[in-house]
Design a protein around this ligand. Structure first.
Ligand SMILES: [Zn+2]
Length: 174
């Protein structure tokens, strides 16, 4: 049995937090529609989207949403389960590099490999606690808070400004 925790201090190649965050961002939320319902949307995420199977990618996205944006207890076990289901193995390159392979992901592997690698890297780097969702009432964009004090609330300066204006107006009305 392979466990993801075994790759704890391995530096995974091809780790792509931006792609992972973009995939999480497509999730439906109350008031926000699902932005991953067509192959076109899959391709917009990644050039590897054309060959991927939409149903498989959606299932993995929903798992990652639950694991990464839900309660963090049990995240490592849940990531291990996901890895087992996708047939996660590590491939060692001739130059000493390590890459992740998802044997059971079929045609979706080229898209999902960097995504799952990024999720593992986020977890193993201890940065899962820094993964937040924008506090703006009109935005559900996830981001990794790398600010020195770790108090970032918004995904972008645009959302921060919009919320400041919104709060200012609400206060002025009182
Ligand atoms: Zn935002």
């Amino acid at each position: 049995m392979r466990y993801i925790v075994e790759v704890d201090d391995v530096t995974l190649q091809g780790s792509d937090r931006t792609l992972l965050l973009a995939l999480l961002d497509t999730r439906p939320e109350p008031g926000f529609s699902d932005e991953l319902t067509t192959v076109g949307q899959l391709h917009a995420l990644s050039p590897n989207g054309w060959s991927a199977d939409l149903t498989t990618v959606i299932a993995v996205r929903d798992d990652l949403v639950r694991i990464l944006l839900g309660p963090r207890e049990g995240a490592s076990e849940a990531l291990s389960d996901l890895g087992r289901r996708l047939g996660l193995t590590l491939a060692f390159g001739a130059n000493g590099g390590v890459s992740l392979r998802l044997i059971e992901a079929g045609s979706s592997a080229p898209l999902l490999e960097p995504v799952v690698a990024a999720a593992i890297e986020l977890w193993s780097a201890g940065d899962l606690d820094k993964l937040r969702v924008c506090r703006s009432s009109t935005c559900i964009v996830p981001f990794v808070d790398t600010s020195p004090r770790g108090h970032r609330e918004f995904c972008s300066p645009r959302c921060a400004t919009r919320e400041r204006v919104h709060r200012h107006r609400a206060a002025a009305r009182r």
